[in-house]
Design a protein around this ligand. Sequence first.
Ligand SMILES: [Zn+2]
Length: 484
Amino acid sequence: MKRALSRKYLWDKTPSAVKSGLALILEGIPTSVMLGRRFRENLRFIKQAQWWDIEQCQAYQLAQLQRIGRLANDKCPYYRRIFHQIGFHPAELKQIEDLTALPTIDKQTLRQNLDEMCAVPSSSRGVDYISTGGSSGVPLYFYINASRSAIEYAYLLTSWERAGYRLGMPMAVFRGRVVKPDRAGLRHEYDPLLRHHYYSNYHMTDENMARYLKHVASIGECFLHVYPSSVATLARFINRIGMKAPTNIQGIIAESENVYPDQRKLVEEVFGCRYYSCYGHTEKLVLAAECEYSTDYHVWPTYGYFELLDKEGRPVNTPGQRGEIVGTGFINTVMPFIRYRTGDYATYVGDHCEACGRNHVIIRDLEGRWPSGNLVARDGSYISMTAINVHDDTFARVRQFQFYQNTPGRAVLRLVPAPGFDDSDQRRIHDNLGRKLDGRLTFTIQINDSIPLTPRGKAIYVDQRIPGIESAEVSESQQQTGSS
Ligand SMILES: [Zn+2]
């Protein structure tokens, strides 16, 4: 894969032994200094801009849309052609609503027009070639500015601060990084630049989880940075063996998979701290982070332009109504994304938060293209994982689980049992799930030694193989934030 030699890239490629050697030197330097001038400038801007009134937000968004529109028209053959076809010129973009004259695009558009959508030759300096998606499906490739990380990290940091995180605090990361065992056999790696401790969530055996948690307990006041599935596995383990969660964990930041309310509840109970969720994606078009006072997501108005569209492509602005998230990015000037349909869905709440005072669009119940998947009932309707609520104590003595389905109305539930699992667990699972499925779907239990995660270390709750039903793996796309 072609990549610019950005500072971050070089750092990522630095052997961990060298990083550890640098740790002593780096410990004394404030993290904001190490992250560079661009990061600090963005941070200053974002901290101010989050409190803008509606007029300021809209004026900024309009200016950005005009900038991106001109760039697309001047430099990208694809957009110039489309604009010409519909008789649109960026100079006519006088108010934000004028954007709706443009057609939406999707991943198919990208696949068919990749080079023509670029504003600079893709071999230029400062351009990264990025892919999203799992190995079994067709990955999506696109180009983006190598400098995006400094901007992205400033937004994430400002978001995480709402949950109590402070720059420089150690972070214990369980997010799909491939981590080799150290000399003591612990799958742990330390990055002194960001003060991140990485642990392998591909190896969540009881023995390893006990060692991970013991190590996390030794790193001082810290946050967990997790996939919802990886922290749920840790929480179930802690509950099952009756241990106490490390008390130095100040909060949990969960990203890149769907968050299920009962899963959140379980994790908050076990760890005794806030479970804080952010939504974003690799394409860097929309970033939304929870309020400090609720679990509603606030969409950052200066990160990209956010739209919620119904099935007919009409804007959703009625509270309680659901729509697809469509984004126009302000960060990517290598390959502009204008009105990109993300395939992610949310419920509209409003455009102002009474609790915190921010004038941000507020959404909730985010459902992404992440590998969660749906089951298909006997009558062809979908059954979501949220409805089944697989995060109560049903799976208390189960390490991993996954539904396999190739026929509507029938499924196989694959289980990787934890120690102590017996017939009574099988019966409980049958009874509890059977009640929720209410005859719409029947299933048999299959005991497995392991269930593979996606190439990025996420759990797939439904291995969906019914022809014509898009499988979770194929549609996987997610942000790899901070540590990507
Ligand atoms: Zn708020």
